[in-house]
Design a protein around this ligand. Structure first.
Ligand code: CLF
Ligand code: SF4
Length: 307
């Protein structure tokens, strides 16, 4: 039997605390979404993969709606912005890093930003979204940093399907195209998710539903995610981004998305209130206040977005 203060005891307490935080997370809890606000800090401009539904002029489509671009902030500017916003948005419960690229491809910025804010605001729920390529590398640091909620976009488990969704990945200094790249991506996503869930982190899986490409395969993805202990899946429609490979691909209808959610709900809880918000969104999910807080201090803002 474990004595009080042993590792497993501490982990149980952590899990209970994280579950409590989940009740205040507007994306993970339907009941919370009209009461609690989130704030995205756009500190991560880079990305290390190339999704065919992405146009890099816009925010990461895995976690946002194409067609809206964000400012990019340094960690110091992000902290200043958090201070301003938290004074005015009383119901603010979550700080999320959702790009506009990938939160882990820009780990140093993501890490510093969360560290700066958390030092003075331990009650805030910290959240990030990623394509998962670097999750095995950073999962431990994510846990130690105090991030409790992580979203990973997993569109497929089969490299042959993935080769129709991703052009290439950039990993450990090399480019990998086609199935070779997707294989690495999928392996890292699965290993990374496992590392997070085994430490009590609450994981949400985003899946972009692409008619005729991965739609038939989504139930299998959801079952695998269930096995890995994830909390919720968010099946999202493809909204074709102008300038992306899929710009002329048909938009997935909400009827198809909802039918898919209904059938997958038998395995895993489904998110149905996602607003596909921008990488600098602020406020309740249905009420974006980002314009009100746009940072005009250009000395603290980096206007750069690369691969
Ligand atoms: Fe942001 Fe994403 Fe965290 Fe929410 S959004 S990083 S989990 S705090 Fe929420 Fe916005 Fe949908 Fe994302 S409504 S796009 S699911
Ligand atoms: Fe674009 Fe990268 Fe997001 Fe894919 S993961 S949608 S390439 S920013």
């Amino acid at each position: 039997m474990d004595c009080p203060g042993s590792t497993s005891d501490t982990k149980m307490q952590t899990t209970a605390a994280i579950l409590e935080k989940t009740q205040k997370h507007p994306c993970y809890s339907f009941d919370a979404h009209q009461k609690f606000a989130r704030m995205h800090l756009p500190v991560a401009p880079y990305c290390n993969i190339s999704c065919n539904y992405c146009n890099r002029k816009f925010d990461c489509v895995n976690e946002s709606r194409p067609g809206v671009t964000s400012e990019i902030l340094t960690p110091q500017a992000a902290k200043k912005k958090f201070d301003r916003v938290s004074e005015k948005v009383g119901e603010l419960s979550v700080v999320g890093i959702a790009g506009p690229g990938d939160a882990l491809a820009d780990w140093e910025n993501t890490r510093q930003t969360i560290g700066l804010i958390r030092k003075e605001n331990p009650q805030i729920v910290f959240c990030l979204s990623t394509n998962g390529l670097l999750l095995p590398e950073y999962a431990q640091e994510i846990v130690e940093l105090g991030v409790t909620h992580v979203t990973v976009t997993v569109n497929c488990l089969d490299p042959a399907i993935g080769a129709k969704i991703y052009k290439h990945i950039h990993y450990k200094g090399r480019h990998y195209g086609g199935e070779a790249g997707v294989k690495i991506l999928i392996e890292n996503q699965l290993a990374g998710i496992q590392k997070l869930t085994s430490q009590g982190i609450i994981v949400k899986i985003n899946i972009v539903m692409l008619k005729g490409i991965n739609d038939h395969h989504i139930p299998e993805v959801v079952k695998k995610m269930k096995e890995l202990g994830i909390y919720i899946t968010n099946i999202m429609p493809l909204i074709p981004a102008p300038g992306s490979v899929f710009e002329n691909f048909p938009q997935t209808t909400m009827k198809d998305v909802n039918e898919m959610r209904n059938s997958c709900e038998l395995d895993v809880m489904q998110m149905r209130h996602c607003k596909q918000c921008r990488a600098d969104a602020i406020g309740l999910l249905g009420e974006d206040r980002s314009q009100e807080f746009r940072d005009h201090d250009e000395s603290l803002t980096v206007f750069q977005r690369v691969m």
